[in-house]
Design a protein around this ligand. Structure first.
Ligand SMILES: [Zn+2]
Length: 443
């Protein structure tokens, strides 16, 4: 016979369970849309202080989102940057530090993990550099039900935007077509907008908005490279290219606006989280043009990052430093999938929801390493760390470090390492503790 006390306990537990049941029943996982804007500087965004009026649509979303004012690209190269975003790991772990390095099949990969947890997954990319077949991103299609790419090398006389890449509006149109087909819920959709990349050629009515002449002089910029140094005398030409770049930022914002209004009119926004970032920025200043360089310039490493949770209407600004490794962890937490131990980044979900950060300070790591995998020793390149106030960069060839204040826009000239040795040493140690394999190279 069952003792009366035990029966009472069982009844009480049943009662408690019935009260808890509705809470224990988790909300269905949300749809998640990740938009990566290529080569998009943070300081061109209205929501990050630009007065040029380039981004009214992104500003609209940002007003109902959490804006991360100190977000940084970890690697300033398109393919490597996206490998970091999708694996939540640094190139030392994932091995993708350059174009064409395959994303290993044994590497845990966000789209694959979401797919395994019931997500329908789709990618719409804007360039050959993210094409897994015939492009420079082998393995990037793993876990995607749909991977819309299909680029190829341009033959003479062919249009760039129908071979090597396509414009933002074109990519967005394909993504909207896919959404129209009512994908199974929940879905994960990645939209990559390949602009404003050299040769900075926006279409009308954006072309000519800031620079009326047909083309600025080509003497200052060699478009066959992603990065080059230029003389101060060429700054006026470079400034005109920057304005052309701005025109294209405005064009991308227009494409984003069309995408956003469709999500709104179909009611998709209420059940969908949207994350917008850029793979890296672009420099037009200080004798350095482009991206993909060892110089850890703020205009190259700083990127926009906004997170809008399903149904969010309140805007927030968060000043904690974060790099691209945080995106995968955040998406995993949003999807209700536990964060794998191998992910380097920490989720930004609770801080996005307005919960205070723990006392410990977050930092962002940046790097440009000429060899950087677990199998190869690192010899050349730079690695940096950014906290709430400073940026510190180690040059691995000389072992020397430079310290810059974040408030100082002129980062190349004002090295504070000898004036502030305590801060410099502490930040150097942050880098070497995070990447112990660099200790020898930095010594
Ligand atoms: Zn890029």
């Amino acid at each position: 016979m069952v003792p009366r006390a035990l029966l009472a306990l069982a009844a009480w537990l049943t009662l408690v369970a019935s009260f808890l049941a509705p809470n224990l029943q988790a909300a269905p996982p949300p749809n998640i849309i990740l938009i990566t804007l290529d080569t998009t500087r943070a300081d061109r965004m209205g929501f990050l202080g630009s007065k040029s009026g380039l981004t009214p649509n992104l500003d609209l979303l940002a007003a109902q989102s959490t804006i991360f004012t100190r977000a940084y690209s970890h690697v300033p190269l398109t393919t490597a940057s996206h490998a970091t975003i999708f694996t939540g790991t640094y190139p030392q772990f994932n091995g993708v530090n350059d174009f064409g390095k395959p994303l290993r099949a044994d590497l845990p990969y966000l789209p694959d993990l979401l797919h395994q947890h019931g997500y329908q997954t789709a990618a719409f990319v804007g360039s050959l550099v993210l094409d897994p077949i015939g492009g420079t991103a082998p393995g990037f299609d793993r876990g995607f039900d749909t991977y819309n790419a299909g680029f190829r090398i341009r033959r003479s006389g062919e249009d760039r935007y129908h071979t090597l890449e396509r414009r933002g509006a074109d990519v967005v149109a394909h993504a909207l077509e896919w959404l129209k087909g009512r994908p199974r819920q929940p879905f994960f959709l990645w939209v990559h907008v390949m602009a404003p990349h050299p040769p900075y050629r926006p279409s009308p009515p954006y072309f000519g908005r800031f620079v009326k002449a047909e083309e600025p002089a080509r003497d200052a910029v060699n478009f066959s490279r992603a990065f080059q140094l230029y003389d101060a005398g060429k700054q006026p030409s470079i400034d005109r290219w920057r304005l052309r770049y701005d025109e294209w930022i405005a064009q991308d914002d227009g494409a984003f606006g069309a995408f956003l209004s469709r999500l709104e009119s179909t009611g998709t926004l209420g059940s969908t989280a949207i994350i917008v970032s850029a793979d890296h920025g672009e420099s037009f200043e200080g004798g350095i043009w482009g991206h993909g360089s060892r110089e850890q310039l703020r205009q190259i490493v700083r990127v926009p990052l906004i997170i809008r949770l399903p149904g969010q209407t309140e805007g927030r600004r968060i000043d904690v430093a974060a790099d691209h490794t945080a995106i995968a962890s955040t998406i995993m937490e949003l999807a209700g999938v536990s964060r794998p131990q191998w992910m380097d980044g920490e989720s930004l979900l609770s801080v996005s929801q307005g919960y205070p950060e723990p006392a410990r300070q977050r930092v962002a790591f940046t790097q440009y390493l000429e060899t950087s995998s677990v199998f190869e020793p690192v010899h050349r390149g730079t690695v940096g760390v950014i906290n709430g106030t400073h940026q510190y960069v180690i040059d691995l060839e000389s072992g020397k470090g430079a310290l810059y204040e974040l408030a100082d826009a002129n980062v190349q000239d004002n090295d504070l390492a000898s004036k502030e040795p305590g801060i410099a040493a502490a930040m150097r140690e942050l880098i070497l503790a995070r990447f112990p394999e660099l200790r020898r190279a930095a010594a």
